[in-house]
Design a binder for this molecule. Structure first.
Ligand code: GRF
Length: 202
């Protein structure tokens, strides 16, 4: 299986996938990363891809006249690498109709909260502010909402009294990286079906 991974920041989830595939071998893992894309230049996630010798691309909203044109350009850039599965690993843009028309059903996102709680760009901060005692991470298929697609797997993380956002996010990411590596490998090796809100891994 061919994976394209989309990032917007540090790319530690991408790195977890890279490390797993390097350790296990793409054959046994069931997938290889063929390209890494970002919505902005100069992020550590792109540097990680370059260090791994992978092709990278950047698709910036501001380089396009409209959001729709950006969405179509992103879909083109991803499609050029002929992925079987697209993974959003900290990609911080909401994709649109064109992208979902082409990759819906094979576009997976990881979110640092237990959806449907705390969707959106500040899930860690929101859970902390709310006073949640447990939070966690969710790997799900992307649909036309914000963090609303069918859930594939979740991991629970306790919130500690002394936590600030970054400490909690780091603890979540320790679980998230393992969850993402497991889920992507399962989807790649076993195949799956999406039935309404249920994901059935064969
Ligand atoms: C992850 O926790 C992801 O769920 C959230 O942003 C973080 C990205 O971390 N959307 P990294 O770039 O993979 O280190």
């Amino acid at each position: 299986r061919r994976l394209v991974v989309l990032v917007s920041g540090s790319g530690t989830n991408l790195q977890a996938l890279l490390d797993e595939i390097a350790a296990t071998g793409a054959e046994a893992y069931g997938a290889e990363i063929v390209a890494v894309g970002a919505d902005r230049e100069g992020v550590e996630g792109l540097a990680r891809a370059e260090r791994a010798g992978l092709p990278t691309f950047v698709c910036r909203v501001k380089d396009h006249a409209t959001r729709e044109e950006w969405d179509a350009a992103l879909a083109e850039a991803v499609a050029a690498h002929e992925p079987d599965l697209v993974v959003s690993a900290g990609f911080m843009k909401i994709v649109g109709k064109e992208f979902l028309a082409r990759f819906g059903g094979r576009f997976v996102n990881t979110h640092p909260a237990l959806l449907p709680s705390f969707p959106g760009a500040h899930g860690v901060r929101d859970a902390l502010a709310y006073g949640a005692k447990v939070t966690g991470c969710t790997v799900h298929f992307v649909d036309d909402g914000v963090d609303t697609g069918p859930i594939i797997a979740q991991g629970v993380v306790e919130v500690r009294d002394e936590d600030d956002e970054s400490a909690l996010h780091e603890r979540i990411k320790e679980v998230e990286r393992r969850l993402l590596v497991e889920v992507v490998g399962l989807l790649a090796r076993n195949g799956y079906r999406i039935e309404g809100r249920k994901v059935v891994i064969q």
